[in-house]
Design a protein around this ligand. Sequence first.
Ligand code: URA
Length: 259
Amino acid sequence: MESAIDHHTARALLEWQFELGVTDAIGDDPVNRYDLPGAAPWQQEKHVDRPDAADMPVARRTEDPVAVAEAAAKRAGTLEALRAALAAFEHCELKKGARNLVFCDGVAGARVMIIGEAPGRDEDREGRPFVGRAGQLLDRMLAAVNLSRETSVYITNVLPWRPPQNRDPRPDEIAMMRPFLQRHVELAEPDVIIAMGNISCDAILGRRGITRLRGNWAQGFGRPVLPMCHPAYLLRQPLAKREAWADLLSLQARLKGST
Ligand code: URA
């Protein structure tokens, strides 16, 4: 019988399981799912336009995840309550594959809030944003303008769970996590936001095209937003560090009140 998923997808799913630490199939006897009554999950009708909808209980399939996220985020009156609301949010399938919820790092209430894309492997392990190679570069960049996560910067991501194999977040994932991000900004009350990379610009400004956006102050979530190239991009394209330096100086000037 022809499989509903292609070879590459099946292989990617298997590799993801390996990466999560799966070593054995559980159950003594193999289950022939084609013999089970009812259609296989991927043959069932989807109630909403989400690729993962077939795996969900019917009640949750019919709910609008964005509306649920908006209501949950609105109810959170503190950063800790927002973290708890995220931990209780069951509509994002990324949660199932993640080891940890990655909520924040740095100083809550700092003037500068950095918003990255999503946790990678190191962040997923530690439960803190920007702790891998890109994060180490970010720390050096901040130090160059006398900022640090220990004293003067607050850090989070658009998505709090690691996407499998670090794939780009999907539009539906960004849309359902955006209400939490907006509330995060409201509660953290930064003077300025740094939008690190395209996904962050998409979530905050509704725009992509970081090479054109970077360095140009914009307005998002009611605050000044400076789009910058993501440190992971700078690791791959060291020549772009020159522009990143100019952006850091622009940030420094804004904090000193001279722009
Ligand atoms: N890249 C991000 O955007 N965020 C992290 O936390 C780590 C890498």
